[in-house]
Write a protein that binds this ligand. Structure first.
Ligand code: HEM
Length: 413
């Protein structure tokens, strides 16, 4: 069937309400060819699950870009160099290479080590919430919750976990913003390739010297644990060490910022659910799961068909790009009763906010820890928190779901 929704993927209405747009696709054309992006768009929970667990859908979407660029008459060498670095990230690798790489990383970045971070996460959250209060007092009670809390929290936590000294942490914001423009593809930003390359190079140099330092003087931080991780006689190569540190710093940042901010927004818009959580903080874990389902930070992931694949009544051709819409799957009425309702007492699980299969988010335990620590604290400390500006600006990108700012008044005016 034909649908004229090609240009609407990043229209203002689809950016503001992706669920309405994706729900329309799911109902009319769930395996949809978007001619403008020359990509398939999957919106059903069942199809999304298949695309993330079936090895015919490859995660290596970087190698084809490099090959295409190399084949051009005047290839962009900056672009090639940056993409070659990205190509080593865990998230872009396929088995069996991915299997070995992930096993080694998991030795160092284990749920036990992450659980041991609870005290540190609580301290950082308390400090940021206190500072937000002070900032609000100095600015008519209004703060940007992203700038004051949701952005710094995950940045401080992952940098401190890795062993990055406090005075160096601000530099990560600039590098991370530059790389983000490339990975998450801000379409309206023409300078993104050269900026991403510079940001990536500086970050890689920084990480290399951090790794040199811990090789000489091992400590009890994650960078040191990654250097020491072994499985039989295997260990991570230098390239892999740099790639995973960058991937952790980067992958753990913007996503968790958006989890915290989107959660706070959902609770402001659903005060009955905020009351429920305040009355029973043991609901915090369930609340974060519902948040990941209802308005999670990862709107989509990308796969490349490794061979021709039949899906629905369509044939996805080898080499085709596929947008695997987690945001579509998470509101699928075939799986979730009344899917557009935000309900922190919802039972049953099944959301795909952290993906599924071999690439299931490595940082899920850390993200859950950060979310369950900071969101209830904010609701508890600022029970009258309200939006200070109804016009929210959402990032105009296909892969993630986040706001540029979240202006809130901490006490009702
Ligand atoms: C709420 C916050 C987060 C969300 C929604 C999220 C989401 C995801 C998703 C959907 C994937 C699968 C990607 C794919 O299949 O292509 C993924 C993978 C990954 N995430 Fe997260 N993530 C979050 C936080 C974190 C944190 C805190 C870290 C680390 C500090 C992290 C590190 C990674 C890594 C390294 C991978 C690649 C795993 C692999 O390929 O084996 N993420 N994440």
């Amino acid at each position: 069937m034909t649908t004229n929704m090609d240009d609407e993927m990043l229209s203002t209405s689809a950016v503001n309400d992706p669920y309405g747009y994706l729900g329309g696709l799911r109902a009319t054309d769930p395996v949809y060819w978007n001619a403008r992006y020359r990509s398939w768009v999957l919106t059903r929970h069942a199809d999304v699950s298949v695309a993330m667990t079936d090895t015919r859908f490859s995660s290596d979407r970087i190698a084809p870009v490099i090959a295409r660029e190399r084949a051009r008459a005047r290839p962009d060498l900056d672009l090639i160099e940056t993409f070659e670095l990205l190509d080593r990230w865990l998230v872009f690798r396929d088995p069996p290479e991915h299997t070995r790489f992930r096993r080694l990383v998991h030795k160092a970045f284990s749920p036990r080590i992450i659980a041991s971070m609870r005290g540190e996460v609580e301290r950082v959250a308390d400090d940021l919430v206190d500072a937000a209060r002070v900032q609000a007092d100095a600015s008519d009670g209004v703060i940007d919750l992203i700038r004051e809390v949701a952005f710094p929290l995950p940045a401080i936590v992952i940098a401190s976990m890795l062993g990055v000294p406090a005075q160096d942490r601000d530099r990560f914001k600039d590098w991370s913003d530059d790389i983000s423009a490339l990975v998450f593809g801000a379409l309206d930003d023409p300078g993104r390739h050269s900026r991403a390359r510079l940001g990536m190079m500086e970050l890689v140099n920084y990480i290399s010297s951090l790794l040199d330092r811990v090789r000489e003087a091992p400590d009890d931080h994650l960078a040191s644990a990654l250097v020491q991780a072994t499985d039989g006689d295997e260990s991570l190569t230098d390239d892999e060490l740099i790639a995973i540190c960058v991937n952790l710093l980067f992958g753990g940042h913007e996503t968790t910022t958006n989890l915290i901010a989107n959660s706070v927004l959902a609770f402001i818009e659903h005060p009955d659910q905020a009351d429920l959580l305040r009355a029973d903080t043991s609901l915090a874990g369930a609340a974060i799961e519902e948040m990941l389902r209802f308005d999670g930070p990862a709107k989509s992931v990308v796969r490349i068909a490794a061979e021709d694949i039949e899906m629905g009544d369509k044939t996805i051709r080898a080499g085709d790009r596929v947008f695997v819409m987690l945001a579509g799957a998470n509101r699928d009425p075939d799986v979730f009763e009344d899917p557009d309702r935000f309900d922190i007492t919802r039972k049953g699980g099944g959301h795909l906010g952290f993906g599924v299969g071999v690439h299931y988010c490595l940082g899920a335990t850390l993200a859950r820890l950060e979310g369950t620590v900071v969101v209830p604290r904010l609701l508890e400390r600022f029970p009258e928190m309200e939006l200070a500006d109804e016009e929210l600006e959402w990032d105009r990108v296909i892969l993630t779901r986040g706001m540029k700012r979240l202006p809130v008044r901490l006490n009702a005016s």
